[in-house]
Design a protein around this ligand. Sequence first.
Ligand SMILES: [Zn+2]
Length: 130
Amino acid sequence: MTLAEALETLDTAGGRLNLVGGHVDVVVAVAIPEAAWQALAAHKDELASSLAAPRTQPTARLPPPAGTDLCDRCGSIETTDATIHDGRSVRRDCARCGRFIRFSVWYGEPRTKESMYAPERTIPTSEVPR
Ligand SMILES: [Zn+2]
């Protein structure tokens, strides 16, 4: 599994990356495949530097904002984008407290909120217990 796929998997699982004391801390709401853990672990240094990269004003074209990114620390929906990886990736941080929200572009590949989250599951009415 590539790192991009692992990040996608993590996002779908409602996972979070946090930089704690220079180390990448992965928080997941539901279990993710072992392959995703391995990909994240194999690229932990790259992730750490991506999370720690200083914020700069984006110079690359940005994907249109998709949905609302809510900061789970301070509740703000104001976000700020910073380009990293020589402008090939975009990291979205909370504009108020600076918390990492997500990568909106990963090495040139725009990642919309819609693609990040699995669609909500609905239970067919025929399966609803009576
Ligand atoms: Zn915040």
